[in-house]
Design a binder for this molecule. Structure first.
Ligand code: OMP
Length: 272
């Protein structure tokens, strides 16, 4: 099934906008897992199994695995999600971006090697750098637009003929790059008013919104500015606040409680 269809199904049939980010940091694992041979997989798969019914997507962050030489654990983790929780899409957070011939290899990496349903990309190199991904109509192409970090405005807010660069990105993606209906944008929870400006430009396009939890984004403000008219349209992503909600043997139950609370807060704050 296409990424955009699985996402719609999670929003409408499972009533959740929560995306759990999978960012393993072994120093923060519970002590009983820290020195086990397959700790990264064991930790992440326990979080996945404890939260799958509460999420609209999982988002593993590739650097967290690569830095630990744990790419094989990432491959097995994504295979585990597909096998045990079919219908939950996996977004590979890789933020790739390169000339077309190299981009082709990044597309193969994301969709064939890792079997991700969607990937985050940096649009800075322009259309041809994204083309190999856009052509995969069944896969989600999630482009950085207004990132959550403090320096996000350094370039993204630069004036481009009366419009900030991030809105130019939003306009271009919505108008020119989305012929297959498989594009989405990253807009950080830490900039809710900009999120609203992006929403006004892109119609119903899905927005991936990191920055809730550890980065301090406000759920209510995100919903006020970012929801579509039917109360959907967002993947509100949290990693550390869910993954490391507990430090003991009950870490997975603690993660479930944190994800459940986030889902309920979102639903209480007025989605659909
Ligand atoms: O593309 C992303 O996922 C992303 C974009 C952005 O603007 N800000 C941002 O924090 N992220 C990612 O989202 C996750 C946020 O983690 P927490 O702050 O722990 O919830 C990290 O994996 C970041 O790499």
């Amino acid at each position: 099934m296409r990424f955009q269809d699985t996402l719609q199904r999670r929003w409408h049939e499972h009533g959740t906008l929560v995306c759990v980010g999978l960012d393993p940091e072994p120093t923060r694992f519970p002590s009983h897992l820290r020195d086990t041979p397959d700790a990264v997989f064991d930790f992440c798969s326990a979080i996945v199994d404890a939260t799958a019914d509460l999420v609209c997507a999982f988002k593993p962050q590739i650097a967290h695995f690569a830095a630990l030489r744990a790419e094989d654990a990432l491959e097995r983790l994504i295979a585990h999600i597909h096998a045990k929780h079919p219908g939950v899409p996996v977004i590979l957070d890789a933020k790739r971006g390169d000339i077309g011939s190299t981009a082709q290899h990044y597309a193969t990496e994301a969709f064939e090697r890792y079997r991700a349903d969607a990937v985050t990309l940096n649009p800075y190199l322009g259309r041809d750098s994204i083309q190999p991904f856009l052509e995969r109509a069944d896969k989600g192409v999630i482009l950085l637009c207004r990132t959550s970090n403090p320096g996000g405005a350094d370039f993204q807010a630069l004036d481009c003929g009366g419009t900030p660069l991030y809105l130019r990105v939003a306009e271009t993606v919505a108008r020119d790059w989305n012929a297959n209906g498989n594009c989405a944008l990253v807009t950080g929870a830490t900039w809710p008013e900009e999120l609203g400006k992006v929403r006004a430009v892109v119609g119903e396009m899905p927005l991936l919104v990191p920055g809730i939890g550890a980065q301090g984004g406000d759920v209510e403000a995100v919903l006020k500015h970012g929801c579509t008219a039917d109360g959907n349209g967002l993947l509100i992503s949290s990693s550390r606040a869910i993954l490391y909600a507990g430090r003991g043997e009950d870490f997975a139950a603690a993660a479930r409680a944190a994800a459940s609370e986030l889902r309920d807060t979102i639903n209480r704050c007025g989605r659909g």
